[in-house]
Design a protein around this ligand. Structure first.
Ligand code: MLC
Ligand code: AMP
Length: 504
């Protein structure tokens, strides 16, 4: 019986050249020929710590080559890898610990004491540290571990990763992705985007979400490509490395920022084959301006945590701005009404999808999982979309109350819940309105309790400990009351209309 562990797929594609570079990073080069031994050592350490198949490993660390190796090592021992955004606060991390019940947490050295205290509370057996240069107690312990040479056998539906995504109720849900979810999507993207010999990926995304971890790294691994692995998005580093790259993936903010830079030129893109955008809507002005300056039509694709990549503009055919292209091979999409009935082509409805990329459900939340699937197995994305006669899809809005800021999802309910806990606040509404850099800016409208004199500053201070920085409002407004419809529901559309120009 063949092993469905996705590490085996990657391993089968490693270049035979012993000098082939996988990650070119600040500390040097990680070669493809080093992956097997280095992940073998980490896998040995994981086993020594008692991490078994199906055990959860939470990782909240800065981007580094060692963090990628840790991910691959977790795959090798068939542990369930749970990456967390480094912006999450200690309070947010506590929730994930309690929910996932990990066997091991790997965190930044500066977070060790706080994480350790929570780990004791939730009976997490082990906590190790890893910094941005690859140092920490993980590296020290790895030195003494024996190498695990094997890669654990996995069935196609065994869970490889859990990625947390917040929900409209404000309670994060762990989306379980199987080895087959990941490998089927990686294989499709690798061929759909025509990866070729000699491709070099410029990687500036974080590696705790689908885009930077799965879409970007998996494609490069399947191609045996070199990755120029930047610790984060920075314009000088991008400009320096673009001439040596052939593929870049980014959220729309990357492209907006490049366009604002007068030094960004056609010449800089002379070796580039493909610019890809996703995670948030790419404005058609950005698409057009980028084409004028770089000579490249950005290829926009659409996806989500629960399903990896779902649709893509074509590689050879028309890349049409403000559309996200066609369902990827193997994925079926339909535009449905709120009962799941398919509606006429061209009409706006909710996009529902089915395919090997669709996740296995939310961790320990069977009811929540059931709510998001139709009886015939289609997953309800919560995105409003249209489909042309030829099957091309455009995302035109969201049925779910969600703000996307710089490619990060912010669920208003989660921020409202945090604000409403504050003394002096009667209620709040959080909305997203157009923002020139982040696409949408998180904005809070607050109703104070009678006689309260809380200020914007008080609220920002209060939120600092509660929610990640990117979820905190960019602006706060006070009103006497929230606009409501006859059913008493807050009219967020009216609020968005009122505040739509505040960041312009
Ligand atoms: C940073 N800040 C943000 C922010 N990112 N605020 C709101 N939204 C964001 N996305 C805060 C910082 O903490 C800082 O606060 C201030 O804004 C200015 O920071 P900056 O230095 O200008 O921002 P920067 O660090 O450059 O980050 C911006 C960014 C980054 C766009 C490069 O957010 C990023 O890499 N985004 C990618 C997200 C991503 O990978 N999404 C994929 C999800 S997967 P202060 O107070 O310190 O000034 C998915 C599925 C799919 O969605 O389809 O792909
Ligand atoms: P996440 O849960 O972080 O994976 O975010 C997924 C959501 O991002 C989707 O449900 C969409 O709302 C949004 N999204 C991703 N790609 C695009 C895109 N190209 N255009 C519009 N929205 C997108």
């Amino acid at each position: 019986m063949s092993n469905s562990n996705i590490y085996e797929l990657f391993h089968s594609k490693f270049p035979s050249d012993p000098e082939a570079v996988f990650l070119e990073h600040e500390q040097g080069n990680l070669l493809y020929s080093q992956i097997e031994t280095e992940t073998g050592k980490l896998a040995g350490l994981l086993k020594q710590l008692g991490v078994k198949k199906g055990d959860r490993v939470i990782v909240q660390v800065e981007k580094s080559a060692e963090a990628v190796l840790l991910y691959l090592a977790c795959l090798r021992v068939a542990a369930i890898f749970i990456p967390l955004n480094t912006a999450y606060t200690a309070e947010e991390v506590k929730y994930f610990m309690d929910d996932a019940k990990p066997h091991l947490i790997v965190c930044r050295p500066q977070d060790h004491d706080t994480i350790m205290a929570s780990a004791k509370e939730f009976n997490v057996p082990h906590v190790l540290t890893l910094d941005e240069t690859g140092k920490g107690s993980l590296a020290e312990a790895k030195g003494g571990a024996s190498i695990a040479a094997d890669t654990e056998h996995c069935e196609s539906d065994d869970i490889a990763c859990i990625l947390y995504t917040s929900g409209t109720t404000g309670r994060p849900k762990g989306a379980m992705l199987s080895h087959d979810n990941l490998s089927s999507n990686a294989n499709v993207l690798h061929s759909y985007w025509h990866w070729e010999d000699g491709d070099v990926l410029l990687h500036a995304l974080p590696i705790f979400h689908v885009h930077g971890l799965f879409v970007a790294l998996h494609c490069a691994l399947l191609n045996g490509s070199k990755v120029i692995f930047l610790s984060k998005f920075s314009l000088p580093a991008i400009k320096e490395n673009l001439p040596r790259s052939t593929v870049m993936m980014g959220v729309p903010t990357f492209y907006v920022r490049l366009l604002e830079d007068p030094e960004f030129t056609t010449d800089m893109c002379k070796n580039m084959r493909l610019f890809i955008a996703g995670s948030a809507p790419l404005l058609s002005e950005t698409f057009k301006e980028f084409e004028n300056i770089s000579g490249h039509k950005i290829l926009e694709r659409y996806g989500m945590t629960e399903a990896g990549m779902i649709t893509s503009n074509p590689y050879d055919g028309d890349r049409v701005p403000s559309t996200v292209g066609y369902p990827l091979p193997g994925v079926t999409g339909r535009i449905a009404d709120d009962k799941g009935n398919e509606i006429e082509r061209g009409e706006v409805g909710i996009l529902e999808i089915k395919g090997p990329n669709v996740f296995q459900g939310y961790w320990c939340m069977p009811e929540k999982t059931a709510e998001e699937f139709r009886d015939d197995g289609f997953f309800i994305t919560g995105d409003m979309a249209t489909m042309d006669d030829d099957g091309r899809i455009s995302i035109v809005g969201r049925a779910k109350d969600l703000v996307i800021s710089g490619g990060y999802n912010v669920y208003p309910k989660e921020v409202e819940n945090a604000i409403d806990e504050m003394e002096g606040v009667k209620e709040s509404a959080v909305i997203g309105v157009p923002h020139p850099d982040f696409g949408e800016g998180v904005t809070a409208i607050i109703i104070k309790e009678n006689h309260s004199n809380i200020t914007e500053e008080d609220i920002m201070t209060f939120l600092k400990e509660k929610v990640a920085r990117f979820k905190q409002p960019n602006k706060i407004f006070f009103l006497d009351e929230l606009p409501r419809n006859t059913m008493g529901k807050v009219q967020k559309k009216a609020l968005r209309d009122t505040y739509q120009s505040i960041y312009q």
